[in-house]
Design a protein around this ligand. Structure first.
Ligand SMILES: NC(=O)c1ccc[n+]([C@@H]2O[C@H](COP(=O)([O-])OP(=O)(O)OC[C@H]3O[C@@H](n4cnc5c(N)ncnc54)[C@H](OP(=O)(O)O)[C@@H]3O)[C@@H](O)[C@H]2O)c1
Length: 301
């Protein structure tokens, strides 16, 4: 039986992966408290103990602004840790499924990024994620690097849940309209990861390399907030909801330590063609997400 080791089990994507991956084999799911990706000795000991055929790494240092001042820690988690896993799996004959980000691109394009477009991260987080990709590829391990974007889930803090809360409590909201991307539901990332792994025996050659995994379509953060407010207003349970006034601003209105790419839409045709998968439109996923009960508080270690 295939043994799958899931890392990052309490994160947005990791928590959605547990159920679908459990259907594919013997699943061992670990969180940060069980394994610190910045501790190479702990990585070696865990892999020797679990002996996974597949490692699905949903753990990462994801605080984009904090990474500017904690670059070494971000590099340890996003690059050195995954590199150590990759080297181990190269020797054992295992496979690494690893998530990466739209933030490896500089955002100067106006059409969706393809897998072989030149990366050029504009912040420390993107640089550490790119270094992680490069280290995995250089190790020669059998790998799937799945780049995704603008992830949201019921767990933890993300743009969608933050906006949902603000929309219900504020009379006015200022939202940036100079960042464009594809909001992607963590549940969809998990489902598609499962589908790809399920099809790996039919497509062993395709089940290797870099793929873009994001919802279809694109939106600015401002238009995403508009859509959210429309959905909240449509919800019968939101009787008494007063729509806040939305004001479009540019990113200079909210100075942050890290720059964000202005345009980071991912072209997913490679993934869809290789595995016969149709990515949902971001609006459809957002509607499905909004029909679920409110958010789950973040995991407390
Ligand atoms: N969030 C996004 O918008 C976005 C966009 C594009 C790509 N991605 C990529 O998608 C993947 C999943 O992201 P996500 O949104 O699910 O992130 P997330 O919710 O922040 O989850 C990441 C998990 O990694 C854990 N972690 C952090 N440092 C660790 C360490 N040193 N050792 C072990 N575990 C550690 C965290 O645990 P603690 O919280 O306990 O530290 C957390 O449970 C990541 O590779 C990320 O780079 C995310």
């Amino acid at each position: 039986m295939t043994t799958i080791l899931l890392l990052g089990r309490h994160g947005q994507v990791g928590s959605e992966l547990e159920t679908p991956l459990a259907g594919l084999g013997n699943l061992v799911a670990l969180g940060h408290a069980d394994l610190d990706l910045a501790d190479p000795a702990a990585i070696t000991a865990t892999l020797a103990r679990v002996r996974p055929h597949i490692v699905v790494n949903a753990a990462a240092y994801t605080n984009v602004d904090q990474a500017e001042s904690q670059r070494d820690q971000a590099m340890a988690v996003n690059c050195h840790g995954p590199a150590a896993i990759a080297r181990h799996l190269k020797i054992s004959g295992g496979m690494l499924v690893h998530y990466s980000t739209d933030f490896i691109f500089d955002g100067t394009r106006h059409t969706p990024y393809r897998e072989d477009d030149a990366p050029n991260p504009v912040n420390a987080y993107g640089a550490t994620k790119l270094a992680g990709e490069q280290a995995i590829i250089a190790s020669g391990v059998k790998h799937l690097i799945l780049r995704t974007s603008w992830v949201y889930s019921a767990r933890g803090s993300n743009f969608v849940t933050t906006m949902r809360n603000l929309a219900r409590t504020r009379r006015e909201l200022h939202v940036v309209n100079d960042q464009t991307g594809s909001p992607t539901w963590a549940r969809t990332i998990a489902r598609v990861t499962r589908d790809v792994l399920e099809r790996r025996t039919r497509n062993p050659a395709l089940c290797h390399g870099v793929y873009h995994l994001a919802s279809g379509g694109e939106t600015s953060r401002f238009a995403l907030a508009e859509k959210l407010i429309e959905l909240i207003g449509r919800d019968a349970a939101a009787a008494g909801f007063v729509r806040p006034a939305l004001h479009a601003v540019d990113s200079s209105h909210f100075p942050t330590p890290a720059r964000r790419p202005a345009y980071s839409v991912l072209d997913t045709r490679k993934l869809e063609g290789a595995f016969g998968i149709a990515m949902p439109r971001w609006e459809d996923d957002l509607e499905a997400f909004m029909r679920l009960p409110a958010e789950i508080p973040p995991h407390q270690p």
